[in-house]
Ligand binder design. Structure first.
Ligand code: IPE
Ligand code: IPE
Ligand code: MG
Length: 248
């Protein structure tokens, strides 16, 4: 792909797609137009991520807190997700993309859950890239559900309380078997996680971009990848550069 010659590409990029409403407001348009435009950005971003060699792309589509928005906006967002899956599933499958859904499934509406399950089932053996859609997702809820699973296992006697480890918690999160995100991008200028991947973000690199999600494009995605490639990830240790300097 043109103009992208980087020494390292993140295996897993997670994106907090924010700013649809403000994008629309800036243009005197209803928020729903911003959400529609945001779906086009999703399509472009999935393509750009695959072409860049990203193996896991997680998109924060709807948070467990987003239910508190006005009912009409919630309906717009759910409608967009339904249409996205109906219209794009065949294309994604053809492009060998595996879909995974993370988030609370309990009590999910009957017009949503079967579609999500179908998307996962249809694409389960695909290998080009995994597209993780965070829907009805809240990190604290996810962690609480993982802890509840462990509590049940302790109660059943299959594990002892002092055996509980970080790995055991990771394995019981919705993201079990998905590597932690290397890079988290948030658009719209906000610099917060808003209950997204709190546990998994322990050593993620963050890139906050001022643009609203509908204006995010391939160029900005590549900029974020470039910023990532320039970061020195130390994971609590010493950087490669420091180590080399000391040894050499
Ligand atoms: C992101 O845009 C879409 C979702 C959260 C579902 P917003 O709707 O949050 O747009 P702003 O942040 O109000 O501009
Ligand atoms: C985070 O954006 C959720 C999604 C992108 C789906 P919000 O717009 O809901 O977050 P806050 O309210 O600004 O923290
Ligand atoms: Mg927002």
């Amino acid at each position: 792909m043109a103009n992208l010659d980087l020494p390292v590409i993140p295996e897993h990029v997670a994106i907090i797609m924010d700013g649809n409403g403000r994008w629309a407001k800036q243009r005197g348009l209803p928020r729903t137009i911003g959400h529609n435009k945001g779906v086009e950005t999703v399509r472009e971003t999935v393509r750009a991520a695959g072409e860049a060699g990203v193996k896991y792309l997680t998109l924060f589509a709807f948070s467990s807190e987003n239910w508190s928005r006005p009912e009409s906006e919630v309906e717009d967002l759910l409608g967009l997700l339904r249409r996205f899956i109906r219209r794009d599933l065949a294309d994604l499958h053809r492009e060998n993309i595996r879909i995974r859904i993370i988030g609370e499934r309990e009590n999910l509406r009957s017009d949503i859950l079967p579609l999500l399950l179908e998307a996962e089932e249809t694409t389960r053996n695909n290998t080009a890239m995994t597209l993780v859609i965070a829907f009805n997702y809240g990190s604290r809820n996810e962690i609480a559900r993982a802890v509840a699973k462990i509590a049940k296992e302790v109660q059943a006697g299959s594990i002892k309380p002092d055996e509980v480890s970080p790995e055991m918690i990771s394995e019981r999160l919705d993201t079990a078997d998905i590597p932690d995100p290397d890079l988290i991008i948030r658009t719209s200028g906000e610099e917060r996680l808003s209950n997204f991947l709190l546990w998994q973000a322990a050593y993620s690199e963050f890139v906050f971009l001022p643009c609203y999600w509908p204006d995010f494009d391939r160029q900005q995605f590549h900029d974020a990848l470039r910023i990532f490639a320039s970061r020195d990830r130390r994971f609590g240790g010493l950087s490669q550069l420091t180590t080399t300097a000391v040894v050499g």
